[in-house]
Every structure is written in C-alpha cells, then in structure tokens.
Design a protein around this ligand. Structure first.
Ligand code: GDP
Ligand code: IMO
Ligand code: MG
Length: 432
C-alpha cells in the first residue's frame, strides 16, 4: 500500500482537507506533520460541515488512526474545543493521538504573535492567523519550548516553564503587558495533560508499524509551498515547512517509505495574508472568484485575495515537491466565466521568466497571461472525465502541462462526492 503525502501547491486553502477526507475512506492512518491550528481544513461529508484546525481530516473514518505528529505545534485549549465540536457531530475520537514531542502553543504565544504583528509597519505585516505559530516555533528552535509530553511531567514542566516565563515576562513588559504567573501556568498545563492524558503518546511505534506493515498512510500538509519557511515568500511565510520534504522529520516516516506525493491545487489562485501575489485581481473578475468560490479564510474569516491560475508557481511547487499527481480543485468556480486566464510567465526587468524569483524580485513582476475560452456550463454534477465539457478538459490539461505533472483528481464542488477520479492516470492517459 501507499505512503502518500497530500500537500498544498499554492498559497494554502487549496482543498487539502476535502482531498484527505476522500482518500481517508481507505486509509489506515492520517498524520499531520507540521503547522498548528493556523490550518483551516474544510470537510463536508455525511457527518456535516467541519473546519478542522488540528484534527487530521481522516477522523471521519472510524478505522483510521489519526496522528498529530512531532513536527506540529498544538494549542491544547483549542484542540479540546475542536474535539468537543467534532464529537458532538457523532464522530468517534477514539483514534486520535498526539505526539509527545509536538510543541505546546502556550497562552503567551498567541499574545506575542498579536503584539509582534501589530509592531510590524504597513507593508511588512505578515497577516498571521495570530494563533501563536511563529512564536511557538521560535521557542522550539531556541530550545526553550514545552512539549506535549511535558504536560504529564509536573516537576519537569515547572522547570521548563520557569525558565521560559522569566524570558517571556521580560518581553511582555517591553510591550507594557502584565507578567504571567508561574503557578497558574503550571496548573493550566497539568490540567491539559490530565484531560488529553492517554492521547499523548510516543507516536513513532504506531507510525512505524503502519509503514512497515504496508498500510495506507496519508500525510496531511498544512498551508502551501508559497508560505514555506524556506521556499515561500519569506518573510511573509509561516514558521514550518509545508513542502513534502518535511513529512519525514514531522511524522517520523523514513524518506525511503514515501511512495506518492499529491499536490492539491485550485483551478485559480487565492492567498490570505501579506506578501507578493503577482496574479492578484483587484477587479470584477477577482470579486467574482471570491463570491463564487466563497473565498473567506476558514480560520480567520478574512476575505482571500483572488487571481487567475499561476503557472509559474505550480512549476515551482512541482520542482520542490516531486508530485506524483495533482488534485485540481474548485473547477466549478470557473463555470460561468467567458474567458479564463492563465499566467504562464512573469515579466521581470523586461524579460519573460518561468522560474520563481525571490521575494523582493517577485514584488516587481508582472504576470504574462494566455486566454482560454470558458465552458459556460455547470460542472458540479460531473463524476467522470466524459462528463466534463471539452473546454474544461483542455484547461485541465494546460494546468498539468504547466505543472509538468499529470492530474488524478478533479473536484467540482465542496462535498465529498463531488469528485472526478481518473483511473487512467496521466496527461497522456486522458484525452482532452
Ligand atoms: P484547505 O485548507 O486546503 O483544506 O482548504 P480550505 O478548506 O481552507 O479551503 C477550501 C474551500 O473550498 C473550502 O470552503 C471547501 O469547502 C471549498 N472547496 C473544496 N473543493 C471545492 C470544489 O471543488 N468546489 C467548490 N466550489 N468548493 C470547494
Ligand atoms: P491551511 O492549512 C492560508 C498564512 C497567514 C499569513 C502566513 C503566516 O488552511 O491552508 P501564521 O499564522 O502561520 O504565522 O501566518 O501564512 N496562513 C495561511 N493561509 N491557509 C492556511 O492554512 C494558513 N495558515 C497560515 O495568512 O500570511
Ligand atoms: Mg484552509
């Protein structure tokens, strides 16, 4: 069986949650390997509509073990709220495990995230989700973090928190904020440890057992390549690596075990937060994409910036992730456009380029578009390749060509069943 990474190929919100929910119907294990509850993964199935932040999108299959991996950062209070919400819909949470090595988002991390963001001036604002992701990963890298396993080690926890609070209180004082109380913080953490208790485990033995046993393991990415800490539009990035390379350290899956990487990509582009976004449309087409695609952040509710498909970004994503195939989502959002544009290159200093320039240069590029005829009919009920209009098929082929990767899934609506799954795999396999 496969060990499959499902990762975002753009600026996030590509539809990773819905793709993982579909694939997890057959999966033995789903692992979140990076990020935290900055994620908002929408899943719509027979249990209802969910915006999952931390719980892996495989939770709706009672046979799937869901693991929050060592590479993630976990806000226990938010996770408990999410567990309650999902349980209330009749979903069993018995199979949810959290790595003892995952880092804890402590109450001061979101606070600091907000303070740091408000200290950034105008155009330098990252537009973070204010979930404390950056400050938590910063503490992890500085080796002053608290980990989920520590919530069950009272003596050790107090030592770690005492060290950390001393520094944090200095920072909070700098922002004119009152200091945090150690006893109170220790008690809060121990309470989380008590409630999450048995879910916090060494996840490596179960991951290894699944991988070695030839089970179907899915690795669910958060965000997308353009916000990757190393390869994204730094500094307007998140503080972890959403690219497939991070699955190994983040989940504890050995590199030789990975068999497949699925890149999830919208048929157009969206971004939330700051930084360069060359294809952004500030016109009626941009508004229409936002309205029809309901492009509002799943975590913060912010309107997403919208634009046409970016062929430069998808090639970059392909190079970095080594996609086996693409899952192209939200095709139906384009159903009513007369003309659909595709960015095939950037113009920089009078020259056309198809490689992704680094952030300061990316700020200066102008997209070069080609135009495709719209299909002007609904694709929402399409379930097979033949159900799709000819112009839509041609458009999908163009995406695959720009990505230099075949597509295997095409989604035509937000619900689990609104998916075209191509058995005949590949650009050459399916005829336009
Ligand atoms: P994720 O973070 O990558 O899981 O994506 P989000 O859930 O943040 O954003 C994707 C949004 O598009 C959600 O509101 C989904 O319900 C919705 N969606 C996913 N696939 C489709 C599709 O094929 N068509 C339409 N119209 N909506 C979709
Ligand atoms: P999913 O998993 C879209 C963006 C924020 C900000 C930057 C850094 O649902 O695709 P952070 O809070 O991580 O420090 O913010 O990244 N961002 C997302 N954008 N989808 C997400 O998650 C995001 N998570 C973070 O808007 O620009
Ligand atoms: Mg999202």
């Amino acid at each position: 069986m496969a060990v499959t990474a499902v990762v975002g190929a753009q600026w996030g919100d590509e539809g990773k949650g819905r793709v993982v929910d579909y694939l997890a119907q057959r999966a033995d294990m789903v692992i979140r390997f990076q990020g935290g509850d900055n994620a908002g993964h929408t899943v719509i199935n027979h249990y209802g509509t969910f915006k999952l932040h931390m719980i892996p999108s495989g939770i709706f299959n009672p046979k799937t073990r869901c693991v929050i991996g060592a590479g993630t950062v976990v806000n226990p209070a938010n996770l408990l709220g999410e567990i309650e919400e999902v349980e209330a819909a009749g979903v069993s949470l018995d199979n949810l495990y959290i790595s003892e090595r995952a880092h804890v988002v402590l109450p001061y991390h979101p606070k600091l995230d907000g303070l740091e963001e408000s200290a950034r001036e105008g155009g330098s604002k990252i537009g973070t989700t204010k979930r404390g992701i950056g400050p938590t990963y910063a503490d992890k890298a500085a080796r002053s973090g608290v980990r989920m396993g520590d919530l069950k080690r009272p003596g050790y926890l107090r030592e770690r928190l005492a060290m950390s609070l001393e520094r944090k209180n200095r920072t909070l004082a700098h922002f004119g904020m009152p200091p945090l109380d150690l006893d109170e913080m220790v008690e809060t953490c121990l309470e989380w440890g008590r409630v999450l208790g048995d879910r916090i485990v060494d996840t490596l033995p179960m991951v290894q057992e699944a991988v070695r046993g030839g089970h179907y393991v899915l690795l669910e990415g958060q965000l997308g390549v353009m916000r990757d800490l190393d390869w994204g539009i730094y500094p307007y990035v998140t503080s972890s690596n959403p690219t497939a390379g991070a699955v190994f350290s983040g989940a504890g899956v050995p590199p030789t075990a990975l068999t497949e990487v699925i890149g999830v990509v919208k048929a157009y582009s969206t971004a939330v937060g700051g930084g360069p976004f060359p294809v952004e449309l500030l016109d009626a087409d941009g508004e229409k994409l936002r309205d029809v695609g309901k492009e509002y952040g799943a975590t913060t509710g912010r309107p997403r910036r919208c634009g046409w498909f970016d062929g430069v970004a998808i090639k970059y994503a392909s190079w970095l992730n080594g996609f086996s195939s693409l899952a192209i989502t939200k095709l139906d959002v384009l159903d009513d456009f007369d003309v659909i544009k595709v960015c095939v290159a950037y113009e920089l200093d009078g020259e056309q380029i198809t490689r992704m320039p680094d952030t300061p240069d990316l700020e200066r590029v102008t997209p070069v578009y080609e135009e495709w005829a719209g299909w002007k009919q609904s694709t929402q009920d399409a379930r097979t390749w033949d159900d799709l209009p000819k112009a839509a098929r041609a458009f999908l082929h163009r995406i695959a060509e720009l990505a230099e990767v075949p597509f295997r899934y095409v989604s035509v609506g937000p619900e689990r069943r609104q998916l075209v799954v191509l058995d005949t795999f590949g650009v050459e396999g399916v005829k336009a």
